[in-house]
Ligand binder design. Structure first.
Ligand code: RIB
Ligand code: CA
Length: 316
């Protein structure tokens, strides 16, 4: 059993990552889901995380609201991609899953300090504000972190929110800099790999064919989510960015990575949020990241469909 904290900004792809993780209670003990401002403001990301817990019939999951603003920069959001609700494509309702009283950063600190050494996996799929704030406030939490498996950054793919920066890193580059320098093992799923798992029409049809409420919700979200990327890249289907993190924890053999240094630009207005990935080790910067550059897309979608089919059994 792997203890995990998922820090997210739902977002349709965050929502699919949550549903993927929630489908394997025998593999993941989700000690908490922490919401951060990103794709949409915090009031929506925390509500959306709770809606997904309701959809998964896991109303017992602990959901916390975290930072409403990046550490130093003003918040920029992505309604153009995710819609006004952040999870356009499904019906919005007031969830049963309660919002915990504690601030997400206080929860992260308390939960990590109470955990054995190197026992908790952090899975950030949004801007890294909550994680970095916890590290800065209480550096002692790091010895309780086993590894960090995050979605963020880009190398060959270039930026998706500026010419040179990926959204999660660009929104809070100062937080990302703290995380990439923290010294714990990091596996990073950047755009180079997430753009290999496009939710094509056929793949969405296969999800819809599973015929259960959760699969229907995923198909609805992906049908909305893809339109922005289709218009922007001319691609068929939206990249399933965030679920790559959970898929990696479930089946790491689907992915190929390379240990290298990843450093974050935090000064230049032109390239702020850029992840400088030293893939060919041309500098003496310390290795800090397993940079994932390849995925078996067929295997990824087989895993996703298997996870969503599990909701048929639980719905039965
Ligand atoms: O750039 C893609 C990332 O930004 C994903 O995590 C998506 O949900 C948005 O947060
Ligand atoms: Ca996200």
């Amino acid at each position: 059993m792997r203890e995990i904290i998922i820090d997210c900004d739902p977002g349709q792809d965050d929502a699919v990552a949550l549903l993927l993780a929630l489908a394997y209670p025998e593999t993941f003990e989700i000690i908490g889901i922490t919401a951060v401002a990103g794709n949409v403001p915090l009031s929506l990301t925390e509500r959306n995380a709770r809606i997904i817990c309701d959809l998964a019939k896991r109303e017992d999951t602990r959901v916390f609201a975290g930072c409403a603003q990046p550490m130093k920069r003003a918040l920029c959001t992505a309604e153009a991609v995710h819609g006004k609700t952040g999870i356009d494509g499904i019906e919005i309702f007031e969830p049963e899953t309660p919002l915990e009283e504690a601030h997400a950063v206080d929860f992260i600190i308390e939960a990590l300090l109470a955990a054995p050494a190197h026992s908790v996996t952090l899975v950030p799929t949004g801007p890294l504000t909550n994680i970095a704030t916890a590290i800065e406030r209480e550096p002692g939490v790091l010895e309780h972190v086993d590894e960090i498996v995050l979605m963020g950054g880009a190398m060959r793919e270039g930026g998706n929110f500026s010419p040179s920066a990926e959204f999660n890193i660009l929104v809070d580059p100062h937080a990302a800099d703290i995380v990439f320098r923290c010294g714990r093992p990091i596996t990073a799923m950047g755009l180079d790999v997430t753009h290999q798992v496009l939710s094509t029409r056929e793949r969405v049809a296969a999800i819809r064919a599973l015929k259960n409420p959760v699969a229907d919700a995923v198909a609805g979200m992906l049908s909305f989510f893809h339109r922005h990327d289709a218009a922007k890249y001319g691609s068929e289907g939206a990249p399933l960015h965030d679920p790559c993190t959970i898929a990696y924890l479930l089946q790491p053999e689907l992915f190929a990575g390379r240990q290298c240094n990843v450093s974050v630009e935090t000064e230049s207005e032109l390239t702020i949020g850029h992840t400088a990935v030293d893939f060919w080790h041309v500098t003496d910067r310390p290795i800090n990241t397993n940079w994932i550059y390849q995925v078996d897309a067929h295997g990824f979608y087989s895993l996703l469909n298997e996870s969503l089919a599990r909701y048929s059994e639980s719905a039965a």
